[in-house]
Design a protein around this ligand. Structure first.
Ligand SMILES: [Zn+2]
Length: 65
């Protein structure tokens, strides 16, 4: 473990907002295409590409049309 904890080393926070890219695009979440994998019943993300079934509750995922 060589990660430093910022305990007694006050490092300046890396400036992200206001630089170039809008902060709205830096969500760091799932891509939009992954929304198809979200279970409509419980909201869990399916492991496989739809159409599939939710690994938690077994509901149909991506087969709602
Ligand atoms: Zn589910």
């Amino acid at each position: 473990m060589t990660r430093d904890r910022q305990d007694d080393a006050p490092e300046p926070r890396p400036r992200r907002a206001g630089a170039r890219e809008p902060a709205d695009q830096d969500l760091g979440g799932e891509p939009a295409c992954m929304l198809d994998r979200v279970c409509p019943a419980c909201g869990r993300l399916a492991d496989a590409a739809p159409p599939t079934t939710c690994p938690r509750c077994g509901a149909a995922v991506g087969d709602v049309s």
